[in-house]
Ligand binder design. Structure first.
Ligand SMILES: NC(=O)c1ccc[n+]([C@@H]2O[C@H](COP(=O)([O-])OP(=O)(O)OC[C@H]3O[C@@H](n4cnc5c(N)ncnc54)[C@H](O)[C@@H]3O)[C@@H](O)[C@H]2O)c1
Ligand SMILES: O=C(O)C[C@H](O)C(=O)O
Ligand SMILES: [Mg+2]
Length: 518
């Protein structure tokens, strides 16, 4: 080795300078991934020191592009691969890691059927698990050595991958039905037996599997679906913040969800539950939710509605006089009829929130909450600057991607990042610190309230959500609230006297360990 002996800070400064030499975010992603593979402490040091700048590089939106090119650019495996063709190998695949029952806090698994909004990516989807874990470690100090990324390779229907000679996954159509269910059951069984203390995080599954797996297993395993629960909770945080401006309660809201899949219906469920908690009956609350999917407004005369949409289908009779185009009731018509106080986009339909739609929303109520949440950037329903301009500064906006502050009519608007990354790291840490047997609805709500409690959104242009730069502190606050709620909900298995201290102590810092002295 060269003679110089450097500190971690000096090494990190060199890496950061090297990073400046690249021109595209994908190149930066690859550089950081190689650093991740070479020196994990140094990688996290650079990442945590420049979190606002580098989160969009290691995570959304760049991770979407990295996934598309993953086989082409393959470097090194950072995950456990479980093949649908070799379910009998699930246990050995984990055992090969040599980790004991007390060694693992967290697994992130994806079957890559709905990566962000870019569809099915087979084994290339590995990096969504890797990226989510990097955010857990950088934002909430979950020890990276105590985490495992998992890819479930169920085949892929993505022709581009099947025809790509470089593709590294199973070259057959996606396997569904009994064989798929067997793989999921085996994963849950093995992972929870080998690592009984670990939280099992599910990411970017297709809508029907995401919901089914969560509903069937929520009571049996320590399981969390980020796209449903994490997203639902960050949206709750944004809405709680927005209601501080409008001085309303959940019972006053009218919710339109555009894109009623995993994330959209997950949010509808959490906001519906909050409406019930604020005094509405189940039925009254349902009557305040409108789902729109590919076939327009979801109504109860539609055949083959998936179960997660049925609950909110509007009676056909109620909308029989509404305008239709090609038989469908459009987003614009729904907005004009309903005058939503909250409009959410989780459709992947880029630019669906047109000027006409946003103007209609702003005509309907004084300060509408507008959340175009589809990722990555090329899927977003509307850019925040447009939503602010078209609503004449009235809309209260958050989006899934990071956006720089901008001026409108003499005011600077700061747009919060309504991405589950602002919430799940703290939720995970709180779950781990409390040893919670399950992630309860109460814990999700506590996380949402803790996130919202960190901002004052009342000034015009203020953000609805905390700044990513404060994510580490914000995650610690969320973790304390979640662990406390776990105790109140009777699911905590560890009850430290001083929760704040326990959370701080549990947070891993990127520093080199002391070498033992001889
Ligand atoms: N900001 C966040 O934290 C966050 C979290 C989860 C998901 N998302 C984003 O939300 C989007 C959806 O993710 P998902 O996991 O729910 O996917 P999904 O496939 O489960 O749901 C998408 C839904 O939108 C519908 N849709 C597609 N095109 C449409 C159109 N033109 N009009 C109306 N509806 C249409 C689909 O039929 C489907 O029901 C993705 O872009 C994802 O990145 C964001
Ligand atoms: O990964 C993200 O950026 C958020 C979310 O989980 C998504 O699927 O879009
Ligand atoms: Mg996701």
């Amino acid at each position: 080795m060269p003679s110089a002996v450097e500190t971690l800070d000096e090494q990190a400064a060199r890496c950061y300078r090297q990073l400046q030499g690249y021109t595209t975010d994908l190149e930066r992603y690859i550089y950081l991934d190689q650093l991740h593979n070479r020196n994990e402490v140094l990688y996290y040091k650079v990442l945590t020191d420049h979190l606002t700048e580098l989160l969009p590089v290691v995570y959304d939106p760049t991770v979407g592009e990295a996934i598309e090119k993953w086989s082409r650019d393959y470097r090194r495996s950072r995950a456990v691969y479980l093949s649908i063709d070799r379910i009998e190998d699930v246990r050995t695949s984990f055992e090969e890691l040599g980790l004991g029952p007390d060694d693992v806090d967290l697994l992130v698994v994806s079957d890559a059927e709905e990566i962000l909004g870019i569809g099915v990516w087979g084994v290339n989807g590995t990096d969504i698990s890797v990226g989510k874990l990097a955010v857990y470690s950088a934002a909430a100090g979950i020890h990276p050595g105590r985490t495992i990324a998992v890819n479930l390779d169920c085949g892929t229907n993505n022709e581009q991958l099947l025809n790509d000679p470089a593709y590294l996954g199973n070259r057959h159509a996606r396997v569904r039905g009994k064989q798929y269910d067997k793989l999921i059951a085996e994963y849950l069984k093995v992972a929870s037996e080998l690592y009984p203390k670990a939280l099992l995080h599910f990411e970017d599954f297709g809508p029907s599997n995401a919901r089914r797996i969560l509903v069937d297993n929520a009571k049996k395993y320590r399981i969390f679906n980020d796209d449903m629960q994490g997203t639902g909770a960050i949206v709750m945080a944004a809405v709680i913040s927005g209601m501080k401006v409008t001085k309303q309660s959940f019972a006053d809201q009218r919710l339109v969800v555009f894109g009623a899949g995993t994330a959209g219906t997950g949010m509808a469920d959490q906001i519906h539950a909050a409406m019930v908690r604020s005094g509405l009956s189940e039925k009254e609350a349902r009557a305040r939710v409108w789902l729109i999917d590919k076939q327009g407004l979801v109504t109860d005369d539609m055949s083959d509605l998936p179960d997660y949409q049925q609950a909110y289908a509007r009676p056909a009779a109620e909308v029989k006089d509404w305008d239709r185009h090609d038989g469908e009731i459009s987003l614009l018509t729904v907005v004009q009829q309903v005058k939503p106080s909250i409009l959410i986009g989780t459709s992947t339909d880029h630019n669906a929130f047109t000027q006409e739609v946003i103007e209609a929303v702003a005509d309907g109520v004084e300060r509408p909450i507008v959340l175009p949440l589809s990722n990555p950037t090329e899927k977003i329903e509307a850019m925040p600057q447009d939503v602010i301009t078209w609503s004449k500064g009235k809309a209260l906006v958050a989006v899934g991607i990071p956006v720089k502050p901008f001026d409108y009519d003499g005011t600077t608007f700061t747009i919060g990042q309504g991405n589950n990354a602002l919430l799940y790291p703290g939720l995970g840490l709180g779950t781990i610190v409390s040893g919670a047997k399950h992630v309860t609805d109460g814990m999700l709500l506590a996380a949402a309230e803790a996130v919202a409690g960190q901002v004052d959104p009342t000034a015009l242009g203020a953000s609805l959500l905390p700044d990513v730069a404060n994510l580490r502190a914000s995650s610690a606050t969320v973790a304390v609230a979640v662990a406390k709620q776990a105790q109140e909900d009777g699911v905590a298995t560890v009850t430290p006297d001083n929760l704040v201290r326990a959370v701080q102590d549990a947070m891993w810092q990127p520093v080199y360990p002391e070498l033992p002295k001889h």
